[in-house]
Structure formats: C-alpha cells, structure tokens
Write a protein that binds this ligand. Structure first.
Ligand code: MIG
Length: 821
C-alpha cells in the first residue's frame, strides 16, 4: 500500500527537464527511388508516400532513417515513386501525389497539406540525449481517439499514456498510463474531418496530451521514431486506412462469437464436465469453456495434469457432443526442467531469449524459473506454432495467450530484462526496443501454427498483450479488471477505442475478474456483454463464483434471456464481423463514427452502437433503473416497447433489472435467428429479418428506404476465402400505403446455399395498415404462420406485420414482397 509519504515533497521524482533542441539546420537532402531523405546537423528524416492517404516519416538521431525497417505491425507496403523536391527560401518543399510537405531548413520540422485547404498537421522534431520528441498541433476543437486499450473516457485529450505492455493486477484506474496492449494510434477528429497518426515504435514511448492545450508530444527513448500520417478524410476513412496498413482480422470461427465461460480455474475434468452439463440442463447457451493454468502438469505448457485431467481426449469428445469447445491457456514461460521435452528441445535449438553474452534470460512465472521463446525469430515462431500439434490432436482449435507482455514475477521491472537481445531475424535488437511487440509475435506464432495444423478449419486466439496489428492474429480481452461497477463502465470507452484502433474483436471479463461479483452486477454486465464483440465471463481464484446461476433464479433467468438474445443476434453480429474483416471498421462503435459531425458524440463514453443500426446504453450503476441516453439524429425506436423517439437529443430511458436500454434506428434491417444452445453453421435455417419502418407517426409524404447485406458461410472452415460464402442483399422502401421488400444474392456459393430455410420478415412500425400482399394470403394469427410455409399476419396493437415466404437459400431470384395498405 502506498501512503501519503509518496507525495512527500522530498520524494517527488526529478522530471526530465533537460533542454530539447531541434535536429537542424539542414545539411543536405537526397531523393532516392522511393522517397526523400533530409539530413540535419543532429538527425535525419526520410519520407515515403505509401498510398494516396498515407505518408511515412522516419526520423532518427544516429541511425539512417532511410534504412529503418517497419515492424511486424505493418503489412508490407510498396512506396510510390513520384517525388519532386524544390528548394524554396527557408523551406524544402516536397510534392508527392496530392501531398505537399514543407520542411523547415532550420529545424527540420514538417508541415503537411493536401491542396490548399486540407491541413494534415505540423510535426516538429527535437531531442534531448537519446530522447526523440515529435510535437504536433492540437486544434482547439479536436478530440483524440484511438490509443487502443486505455482507461478513461472516449476522448483521450487531456490524458497521458506510456506505451509499455504491462501486467497490471492493481485496479485499472485513470492513473494507469500503461496496460497490457500498446497501440500507438492517435486519431484527431473534429467536425471538419479526421487525421490519423500511427507511430510504429515497439519500445517505450510516451504520448502526452495533458501538458498543453495546443499541442501533444510523442517521445521515444532510443533516438528513433517512425510515423505514419493517415489522411483518411473522415473517421471511417482513417480506420480503414489504418487497418489497411496494419491488417484486419480473418473471419473468426462462429463459435468464438458465442457465450464463453471461464474461471481461474476449473480445477479438474469432472468439474469441467459438470459445468457443461449444467449449462445444457439449464438451457443456457454456451460455446466454449476455458481452461486456466491448473489444467497443466506443473504449469508446463503443452501438457495436461495427469491426475486432475486424466483423460483430456475423452473430456473434449464428450464436450463436443454437447456442442462445447475447450480453450486452454498458454503462457510464454517454459519451465526449466530436465526431461521436459519442450525445454530441452528449445535449449538445443537455441529458441530462448538470451543476453548479448549468450547467457539465457531466466524469469520466474507460474512454473518457477522459466525461459522465454524469442518470438522475434521466424524460426522460433515456427517451432512454437508446430508445438500446438499437441492441442490440435486433442481436438482443440482455440488458444488463450496470457502473460505475454511478458509478465515476470521476480523481475524488478515485472517484465523481461531490457538488456536481453532478440535475434529478430538477423537484425538483433534489445528487449527494450521490441518489448511491446513480444506478445503479438507470440500470437502470430500461435495463430500461424494453428492454421497450419488445423488444415482448413479456422483457429481462434485470445490474447492479453498486443501491439498495433494484433487484430490479424488474435481477439483481445482487457485483462484483470475487477467486479466493480466502474470497471463495467470503463470497458465501454476502452472497447470503442480498441475498435477505432483496429481491434474489432475485443471484450472484458464479464462480471469482473478480481473482487466479488454480486447478482445485480452480473446481470447488468451480462446485458452489456451480450452486445460486446467478445463475450466471456471470467473470474479469479478465491473470488465469488459467477456462473450465471450463482445468484439465484431471477439472476439466472435474466442472464439466460440475454445470452439467448446474443445468440438470436448472431446473424447480425456475424455480418458485422465480416464487415470488420473486410474494412477494419469496428463491431462495437462509438457514436462519433457514424455521426462524425455531431459534437455531442465526441466524448460519449457510456453508450455505443452495434454496427450502425442498434444503440446500446447499458445500466452501469447499482440500483439504477433509469439513465440518460443520447439519441443521434434520425428516428429511433425502443427495441422493447416500440416507442418512437426523434433523435438529436437526450432522453431518460427506463430499464428494470430485466432490460437494457436498447434502440433501433428507423430504416434498420436486422436479421435474427432463434433457439440456439450453441452455434452451428452460419447459414441460418431460421431467419427472421426485422425491418423498422417509418412508424404510424411517419406520414410525412417521404419515402423511407433501408438496405442490408447478410453475410453467411459455414462458420468454421476457411473455404470462405475461396468464395464459399453468400451475401444476401435485403432492401426495402416504404411510402404512403406501400411497402416493397426485395432480396437478392450478390454472391452465392452452392456449398453454403441451397438449404431450405424459413424466412420470416417482421416489419415493425409500418406506417399504414396492410390490406393486401401480392401472392400471399392473410392468416388469422401468428401461430398459424409458424406452421404454414407462407402467408402474412398483422398485429394491429403492436403494428407488426409478419410475412413468411418460401425461400431457398442461395436461390438466384430472391424474394419480392409488395404490401399495399
Ligand atoms: O493472474 O492464469 O489475466 O485472466 O486467469 C495471473 C491466471 C495470470 C492473468 C489473466 C487471468 C488469468 C490468470 N492470469
């Protein structure tokens, strides 16, 4: 515990106060094939243009910036070769594509524009010792988003962060400048536009937006900095360009979108099987159970404890029959133990991290003294990846990577010694220089190993540590949160910023990891979790159990309902994952992404959009049954009651314990399914397409149109990568007294199409009373529709129109429905 003594005047640390000076004046410049290098007295910088939107500026004090190699964060880029340098009075003016870069000959600071009106910022470099600083301007009205996994609110302006992957068990509070992930992406946003700045630097780096109102400082410690200026036009454009640089996720297996249950730890095979049977007996949908460290034999990775898990194969088969999978934890530390094959093999083949003199780096983690694979080496990644044969042979296709910051118990810095020298494929660098990328490279090894071994089946990797680009290899959970209401709230902004930082597939431990959940907290958190991309309940040893049935019947019932709702929404969610895989846009979105002009969304941290059609506003305080919800422009409906709201202002939403404030936009098309206990194929045999119309108050003579793309595939194999998927385009138009709904396939593949399915349209908020539907007859009640293959029914009280049509998935002609009032 820290006491007041910490802030004793004599204890206050000496801040770095040395003077900074510029890199200039310019001593010469060279244009080379792909870019330009400018030398100054104290440093040099190189510029490349990677696309019409992206400029790269590498800056170095000692090193040759032209030789700086992008890290594994980046997908290899091909620089454009059109450059023109003009000497113009006090500036060197560099023109490339639409970019216009003015470099000050005295200081080497740069100013970037496109045309005369687009301002992409000023970047001035200075140094002090080996610290290299880039100072950028902050526009008065700009908000800052991104920065991956951070505490605090949506807008990062006014905060300071240190990029240094850290295992933080202490409560995550605003003082924590570092958590497990480092994603150095700053997105400036104002109503006029957005601009991204990605700093590809896996060593220690600080980002300070607190010190001044007018500028921010980025500072590295080793005299090198590699910047990417992303002129994406708008917020979507920046996220899309950034994920163009650092990659997007592959389609995850559908099961990883289901509900997942974890605990540190389910201690033995019987406990795991009992847990599984309880889920099924209680009819609570679930797709995966996580095995924490106790499944291992003396915490040796790639082993099962022979006493507690005597028959893992049998257990896994039994679980498979129940539609459940196992995701075991794998940490990087390898126990030093003679006779342990992995240790001996790794030693013989020189796979472990070492100091410059060749001495092994040893750190204590769960298994005691351990060594750590050097994941910067391709050959070591291949070795590690291939070791996963052990799990794959047991029928496992999902792996949970933890402790990969890496966390080291007995080290004064709690991580690997910075002096360790990584091989880095022939370009050795210290751990200090590569620290933040270590965990991601572990995931790369794991993912690529699994993908090779699984022969066409999709793999799933979950990670705690990561760096920019982590989305290519793993889903991210936000580490050791606590069963605090504040931490439930905190995840909303954290998840939204992770999403804007390329990590669409993220989630927090539902119910909280440390501390003790209550029934009410679990209900509220499960309600939130049902709408987060990754949905896993996890808790720590010696905390109160928090499986959905722990707190009595009412809590169990509500948790079940919301887990069921999650499963009903899978068609909608899965299509959003497809969108994320295609464009990099997040699944869980801050409102500002869809309403970039609306300043009221710039720091809206406690509500979010799922895709662009559903707005989720969780209750995150005990005892609360009301909260304020800001609805952006447009017409919104309460998902539960159908009440209509004009957007552009806040409302007071009411939600008793069994509800979460949830809104759907007029014009939305939301495909849902029903009745799942676990996932199967992502070709939904029961598909209910919900359409939200103009509402009975919507007689304004205008036409409402909506459209949607439903993505489907087998949910498990990688055949989608070679075209085995289908995209069903659904559109509708509603005018006074007429509604037309059309479906057609934009892409279809026989392998996933052709299945018979029930296709039901539910049209909510129709603006008129339907009288006739071409080719279909009216039935007397909804239950009639359930047993018939076609027909329609109108619920006069709720104003829902249900229309069932015969439908063959993948059928070329699609469906046309014409409703007349
Ligand atoms: O507490 O493996 O964040 O989810 O249960 C240290 C045990 C190690 C930290 C992870 C947590 C996991 C736990 N691990």
């Amino acid at each position: 515990m820290h006491t007041s003594e910490e802030i004793h005047p004599d204890q206050v640390g000496a801040e770095h106060t040395q003077a900074y000076r510029s890199l200039g004046p310019v001593t010469g410049s060279i244009s080379h094939e792909a870019g330009v290098t400018v030398h100054g007295e104290a440093g040099n910088l190189s510029l490349w243009r990677l696309s019409p939107q992206v400029l790269r500026i590498a800056c170095a004090l000692q090193a040759d910036s032209a030789q700086m190699v992008p890290t594994e964060a980046l997908i290899p880029q091909q620089p454009q070769e059109d450059w023109e340098v003009t000497d113009y009075q006090s500036k060197l003016v560099v023109r490339t594509g639409a970019f216009h870069v003015a470099l000050d000959k005295e200081t080497l600071s740069v100013q970037i524009r496109q045309g005369s009106e687009q301002d992409y910022g000023e970047y001035s470099f200075s140094f002090s010792g080996s610290r290299l600083r880039c100072r950028g301007k902050l526009k008065e009205e700009a908000a800052i988003f991104g920065l991956g996994e951070t505490t605090g609110y949506l807008n990062k302006r006014g905060d300071r962060y240190t990029m240094w992957n850290s295992d933080v068990l202490d409560p995550h509070v605003p003082d924590m400048e570092s958590l497990y992930q480092s994603i150095p992406l700053l997105i400036h946003h104002s109503a006029e536009g957005s601009l991204g700045l990605f700093i590809d630097h896996p060593g220690r780096m600080t980002i300070d937006m607190r010190e001044s109102n007018d500028y921010y400082d980025v500072e590295t410690m080793n005299g090198e900095m590699d910047l990417y200026i992303i002129a994406g036009k708008d917020l979507r454009g920046v996220v899309t360009s950034y994920t163009g640089l650092t990659g997007r996720m592959q389609m995850p297996p559908l099961w990883s979108l289901g509900y997942q249950q974890s605990r540190f730890s389910y201690m033995n095979q019987e406990e795991v099987l009992d847990l599984a049977r309880t889920f099924r007996a209680k009819q609570i949908p679930c797709d995966a159970i996580y095995l924490d460290i106790h499944y291992m034999d003396h915490y040796k990775v790639f082993s099962f404890d022979p006493v507690q898990f005597p028959d893992p194969q049998g257990m896994i088969e039994e679980l498979k029959e129940m539609g459940l999978r196992i995701v075991p934890i794998v940490d990087p530390g390898v126990k030093m133990d003679e006779g342990y094959t992995i240790y001996e093999e790794g030693l013989a083949e020189r796979h472990f991290c070492k100091f410059a003199d060749g001495e092994a780096y040893i750190g204590n983690v769960w298994p005691g003294p351990s060594v750590f694979p050097d994941f910067t080496e391709k050959r070591t990644r291949e070795w590690w990846g291939a070791l996963h044969r052990f799990y794959v042979e047991h029928g496992i296709s999902g792996i949970w990577n933890d402790m990969n910051e890496p966390s080291v118990f007995n080290s004064p810095t709690k991580t690997m010694d910075e002096e360790v020298v990584h091989g880095n494929n022939g370009q050795p660098r210290t751990h200090g220089d590569l620290h933040n990328i270590y965990g991601m490279l572990m995931c790369k090894a794991t993912k690529e190993g699994l993908d090779t071994l699984l022969e066409g089946e999709r793999s799933f990797v979950l990670t705690r540590a990561g760096y920019a680009g982590i989305q290519r290899y793993a889903a991210v959970w936000t580490g050791d949160n606590r069963s605090y209401w504040q931490h439930m709230e905190m995840f909303m902004a954290m998840g939204m910023n992770l999403g804007l930082s390329g990590v669409a597939f993220c989630g927090a431990d539902v119910g909280g990891f440390m501390h003790h959940a209550s029934g009410e907290l679990l209900v509220r958190w499960t309600q939130l979790g049902a709408f987060t991309p990754f949905f896993r309940n996890h808790s720590a040893i010696e905390t109160r159990q928090q499986e959905p049935w722990t707190f009595g019947e009412q809590v169990e019932e509500i948790c079940r309902t919301f887990i069921e709702l999650r499963y009903s929404l899978l068609p909608y969610l899965y299509s959003l994952f497809h969108e994320a895989a295609q464009t990099g846009l997040p699944v869980m979105r801050p409102l500002v992404l869809e309403y970039p002009q609306d300043e009221r969304t710039f720091n809206l941290s406690d509500q979010f959009l799922l895709g662009n059609q559903m707005l989720v506003a969780p209750i995150y305080r005990p005892g609360a049954e009301h909260r304020s919800v800001y609805l952006p422009e447009g017409v919104w409906y309460d998902y539960w009651t159908g009440s209509r709201y004009e957007g552009g202002r806040p409302y007071l939403a009411r939600a008793g314990l069994d509800r979460i404030p949830l809104f759907v936009k007029s014009g939305a098309v939301i495909p849902m399914t029903s009745g799942l206990q676990h996932t199967g194929e992502a070709v939904w045999s029961k598909l209910n397409v919900h359409i939200y119309g103009r509402g009975t108050e919507g007689h304004d003579g205008q036409v409402l149109a909506g459209e949607y793309m439903l993505y489907e595939d087998d949910g498990i194999s990688r055949a989608y990568q070679t075209g085995e998927f289908s995209c069903l385009h659904i559109s509708f138009e509603e005018a006074d007294g007429v509604l037309e709904v059309n479906t057609s396939y934009n892409h279809t593949d026989e392998a996933v199409a052709g299945n018979e399915r029930e296709l039901l349209f539910t049209i909510h908020q129709l603006s008129f009373v339907p009288v006739r539907i071409v080719g279909l007859s009216e039935v007397p009640s909804l239950p009639h529709l359930e047993v018939q293959t076609a027909g329609w029914y109108y619920d006069r009280q709720g104003h829902h129109l249900s229309v069932k049509v015969p439908f063959r998935a993948g059928h070329e002609h699609g469906v046309k429905i014409s409703v007349n009032g």
